[in-house]
Design a protein around this ligand. Structure first.
Ligand code: NAD
Length: 283
């Protein structure tokens, strides 16, 4: 079995298969993105998460198109930077989407996400309707949202016709997002975790995580990634260090037991590393 074939996948609500473990490239400069994504593909990752605002779609795309891996074995996500810089008419959304495809060097993406709800602008419904057109055209195999809170999702579900395939949210043991995960489960929305490793900060040195890592002869990062996988999340850890890229992929040969899962669940303090999605609205 090839490495890639060993990645479990999640069937999204429109039937598209998404690898449960992917590779994120937030804060990777464009010039370094090609090497980082090449390392990830060599380690066995087939799902890559970028965004227009990361300004590394070009470097990411180079690694993807130069990899020799068949396009249908790759799963590529990018996101619309729905900033305050312009009015998000349907044409403006389509232009941004085309620009992302052009930078990536691809003629479709697997998943296209609205990056933040920015509810203060009150335009995510109309942006999402433009996304529905993109999905209809086949140029995004699935569409979804990111950083949507329950109220934003409820409104989207009530007023648009395609249930988002994914909500990509900040999610790690310090911020377990029970309310959103339950809402997603009720509506068939896949939960995707950003900052799955808590951005490599206090979480990875927490004594509970270290103890479980010792018990299994694994690293703290591997324990946290197992927690995500066993809860059914999609996780997209980021690293530019080849040994860590491989370490983060080597999480299919062990399992946490109920006691481990309960101990990790007790770490949830609701602590965010990133902005509050109810307030975030910057250019
Ligand atoms: P992460 O939790 O993946 O942490 C990454 C950091 O953890 C690395 O920079 C490194 O310092 C450390 N690290 C990685 N592997 C390690 C290991 N094995 N051992 C020790 N330390 C390790 O955080 P992230 O990059 O913020 O999130 C992952 C991805 O999620 C991003 O790259 C991006 O694709 C996506 N993301 C999306 C949003 C959004 O608004 N939708 C926001 C942030 C990130």
């Amino acid at each position: 079995m090839s490495k890639a074939a060993s990645i479990p996948s999640i069937t999204l609500n429109n039937g598209v298969e998404m690898p449960q473990l992917g590779f994120g490239v937030f804060q990777v400069p464009d010039a370094e993105a090609t090497a980082a994504v090449e390392s990830a593909l060599a380690a066995g990752y087939r799902s890559i998460d970028t965004a227009a605002v990361y300004e590394n779609e070009t470097g990411t795309g180079k690694a993807l198109t130069g990899s020799g891996i068949a396009r249908d074995e790759l799963f590529v996500t990018t996101k619309l930077w729905n900033s305050a810089s312009q009015a998000w008419t349907r044409d403006a959304v389509l232009r941004e989407f085309d620009a992302s495809l052009e930078r990536l060097g691809l003629d479709y993406v697997d998943l296209y996400l609205i990056h933040w709800p920015r509810a203060v602008r009150d335009d995510y419904l109309s942006i999402y309707r433009a996304f529905e057109g993109i999905a209809e055209s086949g140029r995004a195999r699935a569409i979804g949202v990111s950083n949507f809170q329950p109220a934003h999702l409820e409104r989207l579900l009530a007023e648009t016709s395609v249930v988002p395939a994914v909500n990509q949210i900040e999610l790690h043991p310090f911020l377990a997002q029970s309310e959103l995960r339950a809402l997603h489960a009720r509506h068939g929305i896949t939960t995707e975790a950003w900052a799955p490793l808590g951005q490599g900060k206090e979480l990875l040195s927490a004594p509970v995580i270290a103890g479980i890592a010792d018990k299994h002869g694994r690293t703290p990062a591997q324990v946290v990634l197992r927690w995500h996988l066993q809860l059914g999340h999609v996780a997209i850890p980021k690293s530019v260090t080849p040994s860590r890229i491989r370490e983060n992929f080597d999480v299919f040969g062990f399992a946490l037991d109920d006691e481990d899962m309960t101990a990790i669940a007790a770490l949830d303090t609701g602590t965010r590393l990133g902005p509050d999605p109810d307030e975030f609205d910057v250019n």
